[in-house]
Ligand binder design. Structure first.
Ligand code: ARG
Length: 468
């Protein structure tokens, strides 16, 4: 068949009637899968080379195909590509245009291939690129957190459990907690890359290609670790994509919690941080307002990341093997998650970098409200009391303090000794914020020395991620 006589649809031989216009619109994925064009071309060029290696096309035909694919790529790049919705998806749009530009040899490209293995390879190539960018974005966010931690090595603040003041901690300790969360996110994405990096091409529709394709060579050509071992699994599998969406949801959760912390800290009630004007917004009615919109929206957008994972999981559930058109619905959640993560990771470093930490205010409240009560109990333990008894005694001390409007450090030695004769005047030195911090010197603790070690460990992790 010559290019001029091509029917509207690639499968029209079997059909006596064209598609209903509503069905055409309904089944088309072109509006969203067009963004896979680069990867579709990359997979197609490799497939053409595999066909040539298998002796199915000559080297001159290969050259024509590759030149044609390049010409199609140039049109797509420049915006001059004639998209046709009636051709359903990006694969058939590219193939049709290839035939128009390269001639009938273009019709040989789909030999031994199906859109089922084609879309699977496109998605994997796409995700491989995404994972690379994402790792850069994540390390930037880590660096931003680490930078702020290093700027404030001594700033102390109240640490919270149940959102109640619990024990003093270093601000750097709190910020580093997020650096380590992001390190796990990076590890998860790296892990997932191993399963993304498997090549489905050559699985054809489901049963495997009927031509003598060297799939090992093809995998090498595309930079994949190996060809998929089972063609039915290969065209039915979207685990790699679900895994990605899941890791993205967890990453979103981390940054959402960071945003929740910062939003709370920016309230007058906390007063621990102030957002830069550049990363806050005003109110259309209340002139005095300064709202932490950027942080709120990082938190808010995490909802979409969860929704995308849920949508893809539910789409896959209950699908009989192998490929089903339901799977076309995997792309919008995937792209939305990628776009959302990119947007979030772009805004996090400058938002963090321009934040003002109100260190005096943090310091002022770090020791308030009996935050060193545990240190008093530990003091009694060092004097030989079992911890449970010490806990009870300190609980009573706090009750006494509350009744008399006194913090622990404001109690006189006589008052202390009425509570326990084990208490001596050295108690005052152990219930300061500094002493409380210093005491927690074990690995991972909030002592300045322990936090310094965490900074070193974090730097090492960030650098190692880069090299992986
Ligand atoms: N547009 C399809 C998708 O996104 C490509 C694969 C279609 N295969 C098929 N047999 N209809 O999943």
């Amino acid at each position: 068949m010559t290019a001029g006589k091509l029917p509207d649809k690639a499968w029209s031989g079997r059909f006596s009637q064209g598609a209903d216009p509503a069905a055409l619109v309904f089944t088309s994925s072109l509006a969203f899968d067009r963004r896979l064009w680069r990867h579709d071309l990359e997979g197609s060029a490799a497939w053409a080379r595999a066909l040539c290696r298998a002796g199915l096309i000559g080297t001159d035909e290969l050259a024509t195909l590759l030149k044609g694919l390049e010409a199609v790529g140039a049109e797509l790049e420049s915006g001059g590509f004639p998209f046709r919705r009636e051709l359903e998806d990006i694969h058939m749009n590219i193939e049709r245009r290839l035939i128009e530009l390269a001639g009938p040899v273009g019709g040989k490209l789909h030999t031994g291939r199906s859109r089922n293995d084609q879309i699977a390879v496109d998605e994997r190539l796409y995700l491989r690129d995404v994972l690379r960018h994402l790792d850069d974005g994540l390390s930037e966010a880590q660096r931003a957190l680490l930078g702020r931690a290093e700027e404030h090595p001594d700033c102390c603040m109240p640490g919270y459990t149940h959102l109640q003041r619990a024990q003093p901690v270093l601000l750097a300790h709190h910020l580093l907690a997020y650096v380590f969360m992001l390190a796990r996110d990076r590890e998860r994405f790296m892990d997932c890359r191993a399963r993304v990096n498997v090549m489905p091409l050559g699985s054809a529709a489901l049963a495997g290609t009927a031509f003598p394709i060297d799939r090992e060579a093809l995998a090498r050509d595309l930079g994949f670790a190996a060809p998929s071992p089972n063609s039915m699994d290969a065209v039915a599998d979207r685990d790699f994509l679900l895994e990605f969406l899941c890791h993205a949801a967890i990453l979103g959760m981390h940054l959402s919690r960071l945003s929740a912390d910062l939003t709370l800290w920016a309230t007058a009630e906390f007063g621990f941080v102030e957002f830069s004007d550049a990363f806050a917004t005003g109110s259309s009615i209340m002139p005095q307002k300064k709202n932490p919109d950027v942080a709120e929206l990082i938190r808010g957008k995490t909802g979409r990341l969860y929704g995308n994972l849920q949508a893809a999981l539910v789409t896959m559930k209950g699908l009989p093997l192998t490929y089903n058109s339901d799977m076309q619905e995997d792309k919008e959640p995937l792209f939305d998650t990628v776009d959302t993560l990119e947007a979030i990771l772009k805004i996090v470093p400058p938002m963090l970098g321009t934040l003002t930490f109100k260190v005096e205010r943090m310091r002022e409240v770090a020791g308030a409200q009996y935050s060193t009560a545990t240190d008093l109990a530990d003091y009694l333990v060092r004097k030989g009391l079992p911890f449970r008894e010490a806990h009870e005694i300190v609980g009573k001390t706090v009750r006494y303090g509350l009744a008399h409007g006194k913090e622990l450090s404001e109690l006189s030695l006589t008052e202390f000794q009425q509570i326990s004769p084990l208490i001596d005047k050295d108690v005052y030195a152990t219930i300061t914020v500094e002493a409380s911090l210093r005491a927690r010197a074990a690995i991972g603790g909030t002592a300045p020395e322990a936090v310094r070690r965490q900074i070193e460990a974090a730097k090492e992790l960030i650098a190692r991620g880069r090299r992986a």
